[in-house]
Design a protein around this ligand. Structure first.
Ligand code: BES
Ligand code: ZN
Ligand code: ZN
Length: 501
């Protein structure tokens, strides 16, 4: 989609559709909506008076002006209550309007930048949220459908209109960031929605290599033989039961020397059957998305490289299947991880922490200023936080509070759980240094505690996205059924406001 910011007054743009907005409870609109209302001889305020337009968040009303304004259609979108207004409401309203415009079969539209006037949001932030909400709400995953019931004509062009020329450069910057970030999140949704027979570890490595080629990143793929010679016994134990060879994908973006190094580690089980500790068959298909952490790392690398962020980013993605077979790791097996620590594998379904253990140890080789990992790690995190909030566990208060702030702003909210050392008791093994499971209590915490044993001295945060990587019931227009693309908006917000570790 082509996105531009143009200076002018809303009522004079000759477009297929013009989007203006309204706060709930406002009876005589001001700003651009007021100007359009006047040009339409008060039709908008008349509809408000009649109770037909109420300004509820995401409410969409289409008007067909007969003269007065240059646009063929005027679309009034509700912003909700002014006291509840923020970036999230902008994404929601923009998404509702964009979906309506697409359902009308239109291929271009213009919109005022919600929130940048009476809403009191900085023009750059408002434009970013507007573009994010629009692009993500138009996301579809139809590549495997040979028959489409309602064919969709994609929207090709979106124009952001601003009267005040002084705000235009900021809006252009925000719109560009919003576009890159949303398109990267859509890229992640595609990766996660793709089934496991197509996205094998080798195929994922191929995608990473293609992305690296396109964006000028370094990409190194460690093969099974490399893992064997290095001693990545934990990662190898998970892949044993599968016919697909494991891959450790290392993507590097380094635009300059001397930049802070951030390691992003992403769990990439291209399929998690549970292994010998086989999962129940209900919902097992969703385990094609057990590589959502790795996909998010790829999405962040993509967005950061396109926007030329001043970091040395290292993306580390251990990719494998977890399958039962005659060769598979068995409950009770003991393996030696890259760190040298031995692990008793009591449950082969707790495999994410095993592949991450070796990947986190490997991350230490880059002497990072911070390590953040993303993983669909535990069902326990879904029990604790549902599908609304990502779990955050960290050994570093500063890093944790930066991620919390980024969660608020990006709309990808996180909630911190404790990592008190007493939880470590649950991971004691009678026969090895550590056991890979800690029993039912505090399952999200003991999983993170396990990871912490492989991080070394670096500031580290873990994001458990088991509840947030997927949605069956989208609650907002910019969400779609299936993969959410979680992580890209959150980590891009964190990096763009980075204040050091
Ligand atoms: N990939 C799963 C966690 C998961 C569950 C992700 C639901 C998304 C939705 C992980 O590998 C797993 O199976 N974890 C086990 C750990 C347990 C055996 C200690 C779990 O959470 O049940
Ligand atoms: Zn599992
Ligand atoms: Zn898993």
């Amino acid at each position: 989609m082509k996105i531009t910011v143009q200076q002018g007054s809303a009522q004079s743009f000759p477009v297929e559709a013009l989007v203006v907005n309204l706060f709930e409870g406002v009876t005589s609109p001001g700003g651009a909506t007021g100007a359009v209302d006047k040009a339409l001889n008060g039709r908008i305020s008349a509809l408000i008076a009649a109770g037909d337009i109420r300004g509820k968040l995401g409410e969409v009303t289409v008007l067909y002006p007969e003269g007065g304004v240059a646009a063929k259609r005027v679309i009034v979108v509700g912003l909700g209550k002014q006291e509840e207004f923020g970036l999230e409401a902008i994404r929601h309203a923009a998404g509702a309007a964009a979906q309506k415009i697409r359902s009308l079969g239109l291929t271009s539209f213009a919109t005022v930048v919600h929130g940048s006037g009476a809403g009191g949001i900085a023009p750059e932030d408002a434009a970013q949220a507007l573009v994010e909400g629009s692009i993500l709400s138009l996301y579809t995953f139809t590549r495997h459908k040979t028959v489409v019931e309602e064919p969709i004509t994609p929207i090709e062009e979106m124009v952001l209109i601003e009267f005040d020329a002084g705000k235009i450069p900021a809006m252009q910057a925000g719109a560009r960031a919003g576009q890159v970030i949303a398109e990267s999140a859509a890229y992640v949704r595609d990766l996660v929605n793709e089934p496991a027979n197509i996205t094998t570890p080798a195929a994922l490595a191929g995608k990473a290599q293609a992305m690296a080629q396109e964006l000028g990143l370094r990409c190194q793929v460690l093969e099974k033989a490399d893992m064997e010679s290095m001693g990545m016994g934990a990662l190898l134990a998970v892949s044993r039961g599968s016919d697909e060879p494991p891959k450790l994908i290392v993507l590097e973006y380094e635009p300059d020397e001397g930049l802070p190094t951030i390691a992003l580690v992403g769990k990439a089980l291209t399929f998690d059957s549970g292994g010998i500790s086989l999962k129940p068959s209900e919902d097992m298909h969703k385990m094609k998305g057990d590589m959502a952490g790795g996909a998010a790392v790829m999405g962040v690398l993509r967005a950061a490289a396109v926007l030329r962020l001043p970091f040395h980013l290292v993306g580390i993605i251990p990719a494998t299947e977890n399958m039962p077979s005659g060769k598979a790791t068995k409950p009770g097996d003991i393996v030696t991880s890259l760190s040298g620590k031995t692990i008793e594998i009591q449950n082969t379904d707790a495999e994410g922490r095993l592949i991450l253990a070796d990947a986190l140890t490997y991350a230490g080789r880059f002497q990072p200023n911070a390590i953040v990992d993303l993983a669909t790690l535990t069902g326990a995190c879904v029990v604790a936080l549902g599908n609304i909030t990502t779990g955050l566990l960290s050994t570093d208060d500063r890093l944790a509070s930066q991620l919390e702030a980024a969660g608020q702003r990006s709309g990808e909210r996180v909630w911190r759980l404790p990592l008190f050392k007493e939880y470590g008791e649950q991971l004691k093994s009678d026969v090895a240094d550590l056991c890979n499971v800690g029993g039912r209590p505090a399952g999200a915490i003991t999983a993170a505690y396990f990871l912490s044993q492989f991080v070394g001295e670096f500031p580290w945060a873990h994001l458990d996205i088991a509840g947030t990587y997927w949605t069956d019931k989208p609650a907002k227009p910019y969400q779609s059924k299936g993969a959410t693309g979680v992580g890209v908006r959150l980590l891009m917000e964190w990096l763009r406001r980075w204040e050091g570790a």
